[in-house]
Design a protein. Structure first.
Length: 294
């Protein structure tokens, strides 16, 4: 029986086991990590049984992160804010501690890219005029991947204002309402058609949190919102540029990244929770990039 595992559906594409093995090898830790394909009907039972036997830690991926939140006995602050859990650690007396490392993984990757400086400011501006401009961030999508990222941006990045656009406007409204309820007022949403019709907005950071790149499409956003200094981030990743990144580069952005770094960074924070060690990220990221085939 493995001591660590990732639970999700689908799960065959997951790189979590490979990432954990590389981290563990560096740290000299000899623990097995497994992939667990679960269904809507057996998720809780299989997770409970895992921890009742030899399980010490689990990663939770789509579509079970919100359900994992209600399984845990204790929660970190960031899990409470996100109301979802992607990492669980078994404590003494069988207590399950739930954490959410998605947001901190995203912020850590922005710092690795030098898109956020030591003062937690976005590093877009280079001239005095640009430094005086309001820092606007556009988050495309309001689904499960968006919430943890949004809350991390609101809590970690200073002096920014975040706009959310989503195909279903009501979903974006609910997310904004939740942010306002917990004290973050510097976030708003707009219907996607309103963004398309507005050619005046410019953004320092644009994040694609939709699944558009997975189906080889791009969100319906106007190219006028991009400048050469706009940083464009796609949560999806593949060996070559994603459709979103290709589109952003073609419309003038000089700063683009996919989500492979976030994947490794969030896994590193999970490893830290389990083993009290923060592993090296760059060598693992370079290894995955060189072997990525999708």
């Amino acid at each position: 029986m493995s001591a660590f595992a990732v639970f999700g559906n689908p799960i065959g594409h997951s790189k979590s086991a490979e990432i954990y093995a590389l981290f563990a090898n560096e740290a000299g830790i000899k623990k097995e990590y497994d992939l667990k394909l679960v269904s809507q009907n057996n998720f809780e039972n299989l997770l409970y049984n895992f921890f009742k036997s030899d399980g010490l830690g689990a990663n939770i991926t789509a579509p079970f992160k919100e359900r994992a939140y209600f399984i845990c006995h204790q929660l970190t602050e960031r899990a409470v804010l996100a109301r979802s859990v992607n990492t669980i650690k078994k404590l003494k007396n069988e207590i399950l501690l739930g954490d959410n490392t998605d947001g901190i993984g995203f912020i850590s990757d922005l710092k690795r890219l030098n898109w956020i400086n030591d003062n937690n400011h976005l590093t877009t501006a280079t001239t005095p005029h640009e430094k005086s401009m309001k820092i606007n961030i556009l988050l495309i999508g309001a689904g499960g991947a968006s919430k943890g990222i949004l809350l991390a941006l609101l809590s970690e990045v200073t002096e920014c204002y975040i706009h959310i656009v989503n195909r279903t406007f009501h979903t974006a409204q609910k997310l904004v309402s939740y942010c306002h309820k917990i004290g973050y007022k510097n976030v708003s949403c707009m219907p996607l058609f309103e963004l398309v019709g507005n050619h005046d907005n410019k953004y320092s950071l644009i994040i694609n949190a939709t699944t558009s790149s997975m189906v080889n499409t791009i969100p319906n956003i106007p190219p006028s919102i991009i400048t050469p200094l706009t940083k464009c981030y796609d949560l999806f990743y593949q060996k070559k540029d994603t459709p979103f990144i290709t589109w952003c580069k073609n419309h003038g952005s000089n700063y683009c990244s996919d989500g492979l770094g976030m994947l490794v960074e969030q896994a590193a924070h999970a490893f830290l929770l389990w083993h009290n060690l923060f592993p090296s990220v760059d060598p693992i990221l370079n290894h995955l990039r060189s072997t990525l085939y999708t």
